[in-house]
Design a protein around this ligand. Structure first.
Ligand code: FAD
Length: 401
C-alpha cells in the first residue's frame, strides 16, 4: 500500500494551491471560511459569484469526464483538489448537490438529452439543485416514500411532501423520488423525477434549526408539473437510480473534510492557549485525544483511497463507509462538546459585539454537529448495516422500532 503522492500529483497540488491563493484575494478575499456547517446563510450571493468564478476557470465538477464538461481528474487529484480547497479555507460551495450527486447520476443513468440539458448549467453554477428524498414517514426507511406522481399528457403531476430538503430555498430544481405506480409497495413502482421549483404547485417552507438558521425546508407539491421526459431511468425503476446517487455521496471529499476538521481543531487549541484552558489537564488530554482521533481518521481515509486507486475494493464489503461515517460523526460532535468546555461559561454568551443575537462559530459547531449522526445515514442505521450485512447477525424483526 502506497500512501505517498506521485510527482505529477504534487505538481498538481501546487497548481491548485497557487490558483486558490491568487484568486481568493480581491473581491473574494472576505469569503474565506464562510458558509460552513450551520452557517449556510453567510454571504450566499457572494459565494454563488465565487462558485461561478471557479466554474469559469474550470474548477467545478473536476471529477466529471471531459466529454461532459469536467476536468476528468484522477481520484487522487480530485482528493488533492478538495484538500487544497479546504486548506485555503475557501467558502463552502453552493451547488455540491448538483455537482457531486445529481451530475454523476445523470452521467450514469441519464439520457443524452438530459445530460445535454442539465449538466452544463450545473457545471457553470447557473442552476442549483436540492435532494427530495426524505418525507415525514420516509427517512431511514426511504422505501416508504408516499409522494405520488402521475402522467397527464406530456407531463408528470406531483403531489405530496418532502422534508429536511437542504438548500431548497435557493435552489432552482429538485430531484424527487416519487411513487408513480399506484398501490406499489416499498422500493417497487418509484421513479426519479427532475422537477422545477419555481412554479405554482411547489411551496418551499424553511424550517428553523437549532442554530437559528434555516438550511433545510419542507417542500410541498400540490399539482406540481414537470415534463414527461424528465424521469431518470425507466419509470417505476427509480429506486436503483436513487441508490446509485447515494453511492456518489461523500467519496472524494472525505479527505478535504479532514482538512476542515483539522482547521477547527487547530483553532480550538489556539483558543485553549489563549484563554488558559490548556492548563486544565483533563481538557489537555481531550484535545490530544481529538488530535489522535483525527490522525487515525485521516490515515484510514488515505488507506481507503490507496486501496481503491490500487484496484482493491475489498474494504467496501467490510463496511468501510459505515465505519468511517460512525467515527467522523461522533468525533465531530465530541469536538463541539470540547469547544464548549474549553470556552467554559463564555460558551453560553452570544456573539458579544453584535447588536442582534447571533451565535459564535463555536456555538454553531456545537449545535450543528448534533445533525452529523443523523444525515447521510444515522448512527443506528449504520450499525444495522454493519450488524446485518457485515457481521451476518440476524436481521432486525419487522416492526421492532
Ligand atoms: C442537516 C440535515 C440535512 C438533511 N438534508 C436532506 C436533504 O437535502 N434531502 C433529503 O432528502 N433529506 C435530508 N435530510 C434528512 C435525512 O436524510 C434524514 O433525517 C435521515 O435519513 C433520518 O431520517 P428521519 O429524520 O426521518 O429519522 P427516522 O428515520 O424517523 O429515525 C428516527 C430515529 O430512529 C432511528 N432509527 C430509524 N430506523 C431505525 C432502525 N431500523 N433501527 C434502529 N434505529 C432506527 C434513527 O437512527 C433515528 O435516531 C437531512 C437531515 C439533516 C439532519
Amino acid at each position: 500500500m502506497d500512501l505517498t503522492y506521485s510527482e505529477a500529483d504534487r505538481a498538481f497540488r501546487a497548481e491548485v494551491r497557487d490558483w486558490l491563493e491568487e484568486h481568493l484575494g480581491g473581491e473574494f478575499a472576505g469569503l474565506r471560511g464562510l458558509g460552513g456547517a450551520g452557517r449556510d446563510h453567510e454571504a450566499l450571493d457572494e459565494r454563488r459569484a465565487w462558485n461561478r468564478h471557479l466554474a469559469a476557470h474550470g474548477w467545478t465538477c473536476v471529477g466529471w469526464p471531459e466529454e461532459h464538461g469536467g476536468r476528468g481528474l484522477s481520484l487522487d487529484q480530485q482528493v488533492i483538489f478538495h484538500e487544497e480547497y479546504a486548506r485555503a479555507d475557501a467558502p463552502a460551495r453552493v451547488n455540491h448537490l448538483g455537482e457531486e450527486l445529481l451530475g454523476p447520476t445523470l452521467i450514469a443513468f441519464g439520457t443524452p438529452e438530459q445530460q445535454a440539458r442539465f449538466l452544463p448549467p450545473i457545471r457553470a453554477v447557473e442552476e442549483l439543485w436540492c435532494q427530495g428524498y426524505s418525507e415525514p414517514g420516509a427517512g431511514s426507511d426511504l422505501a416508504n416514500v408516499q409522494t405520488r406522481a402521475r402522467r397527464d399528457g406530456d407531463a408528470w403531476v406531483v403531489d405530496g411532501q418532502k422534508v429536511w430538503t437542504s438548500n431548497a430555498h435557493f435552489s432552482d430544481w429538485i430531484f424527487v423520488l416519487a411513487r408513480t405506480e399506484p398501490g406499489s409497495q416499498r422500493h417497487h413502482g418509484l421513479s426519479f423525477l427532475l422537477v422545477p421549483l419555481d412554479q405554482e404547485g411547489v411551496d418551499v417552507r424553511p424550517i428553523e434549526q437549532l442554530t437559528g438558521g434555516s438550511e433545510f425546508n419542507e417542500v410541498f407539491f400540490d399539482g406540481a408539473r414537470t415534463d414527461a421526459d424528465l424521469v431518470v431511468g425507466e419509470p417505476g425503476a427509480g429506486w436503483g437510480v436513487a441508490m446509485g446517487l447515494l453511492g456518489f455521496e461523500r467519496g472524494v471529499s472525505v479527505l478535504g473534510q479532514m482538512v476542515g476538521f483539522r482547521r477547527e481543531l487547530d483553532a480550538l487549541v489556539a483558543l485553549a492557549r489563549e484563554n488558559g484552558a490548556i492548563e486544565d489537564p483533563v481538557l489537555r488530554d481531550r484535545l490530544a485525544g481529538a488530535k489522535v482521533g483525527l490522525e487515525v481518521m485521516r490515515l484510514n481515509a488515505l488507506r481507503g483511497l490507496s486501496a481503491v486507486t490500487g484496484g482493491d475494493d475489498s474494504s467496501a464489503g467490510g463496511g468501510a463507509a459505515s465505519i468511517a461515517k460512525l467515527v467522523w460523526a461522533r468525533w465531530h460532535q465530541r469536538l463541539g462538546e470540547l469547544a464548549m468546555d474549553v470556552l467554559g461559561p463564555a460558551g453560553l454568551l452570544a456573539r458579544p459585539d453584535g447588536t442582534a443575537y447571533d451565535l459564535t462559530e463555536w456555538q454553531r459547531l456545537y449545535l450543528f454537529s448534533r445533525a452529523d449522526t443523523i444525515y447521510g445515514g444515522s448512527d443506528e442505521v449504520q450499525r444495522n448495516i454493519l450488524a446485518e450485512r457485515v457481521l451476518g447477525l440476524p436481521r432486525e424483526p419487522k416492526g421492532a422500532r
